[in-house]
Design a protein around this ligand. Structure first.
Ligand code: SF4
Length: 309
């Protein structure tokens, strides 16, 4: 993300916190001194290596805002890696400030209430059984994002609990983690309706994902993960507002969203449908990249998963 985009994210996040009743944020000493320093001239940031373009609004404040390390040891630093983060390194993403643990939990509780009460899509409100907010650790550096709840998720109010969800749980387990160590969410928080059908799910429409995306973005801004795994083409389309993507071309390629590294990969339901060893290996290689990015230890056994039937 370039500087101007990062600044807009920061401003949006601060305004969101203010609306949620937050009156203070803690900032580390180094960053504070940089913020108080006179502005310096700003050169255009290099373009993102991402294959998914991001906007380039004009810059408004010094570049020093983006130079803060992901986690600092300075007094007053409020970012921290949860004890439940196991071997994952790195706390928040690139945002230059963070709430303390309690403030984050309070802000997320407020956001949860807001999302659970959302009625922006009347057709989905009429058919949903639950709003599927997301599940897991809001202090995790790792998020998994899918497209939308299906029938099972709608009933249970939790993402990825059907057959595809069970496979996702196994994938997370193969990484040496549990569902409680990561945060799992969807772009769309309500199940896409299926009028006239008694079973089956449908793909969320672009306009539905556009309407709901601000909810996910607020979750991302609060959680500040270091890595997001985008599960499937529709999730990538929803996350980046793209009309259509070829997941076969994007998977395995790092991109960025709001300063957070994003790894697109296949949706677990596609892996289930194909039952192909090479596809399983490709997904696993994507997750190995995620583990490397999070500086997680990788055993020889893990490195060799899905190399033979
Ligand atoms: S899908 Fe999202 S935006 Fe639409 S009603 Fe549900 S929570 Fe609100």
């Amino acid at each position: 993300m370039d500087f101007a985009a990062a600044l807009d994210v920061a401003i949006d996040h601060l305004e969101s916190l203010k609306r949620q009743g937050c009156k203070t944020v803690m900032v580390d000493r180094v960053l504070l001194s940089e913020l108080l320093a006179p502005p310096v001239s700003h050169s255009p940031a290099p373009s993102t290596p991402s294959s998914v373009p991001s906007g380039t609004p004009p810059a408004r404040v010094p570049t020093s805002l983006t130079s803060t390390p992901r986690a600092s040891s300075g007094t007053g630093v409020v970012t921290e890696v949860s004890a439940s983060n196991k071997n994952m390194k790195g706390g928040p993403g690139s945002a230059s400030f963070a709430l303390d643990r309690e403030g984050k939990e309070k802000a997320m509780a407020v956001l949860r209430e807001k999302i659970l009460a959302c009625v922006q899509c009347p057709h989905l409100v009429a058919s949903r059984k639950n709003v599927v907010f997301g599940v897991g650790s809001i202090h995790s550096p790792l998020m998994f994002v899918g497209e939308a709840p299906g029938a099972d998720e709608d009933v249970q109010g939790e993402p990825f609990v059907g057959a595809a969800g069970q496979l996702l749980t196994k994938m997370i387990s193969a990484m040496g983690l549990t569902r409680q160590d990561v945060f799992i969410a969807n772009v769309l928080k309500c199940r896409p309706d299926t009028p006239g059908q008694t079973s089956g799910n449908r793909k969320p429409r672009p306009e539905e994902m556009r309407t709901c995306l601000p909810h996910l973005r607020e979750q991302i801004r609060l959680i500040q993960p270091r890595v997001i795994v985008a599960l499937g083409a529709t999730a990538v389309e929803g996350l980046f507002g793209r009309a259509s993507v070829q997941i076969t071309k994007l998977r395995g390629q790092w991109t960025q969203l709001e300063g957070v590294d994003v790894m697109p990969t296949y949706h677990p339901s596609y892996v289930l449908r194909t039952q192909s060893l090479p596809i399983k290996r490709e997904v696993w290689e994507d997750l190995l990249q995620v583990m490397q990015r999070l500086e997680m230890p990788i055993s020889a056994k893990q490195a060799a998963y899905f190399t033979k039937a």
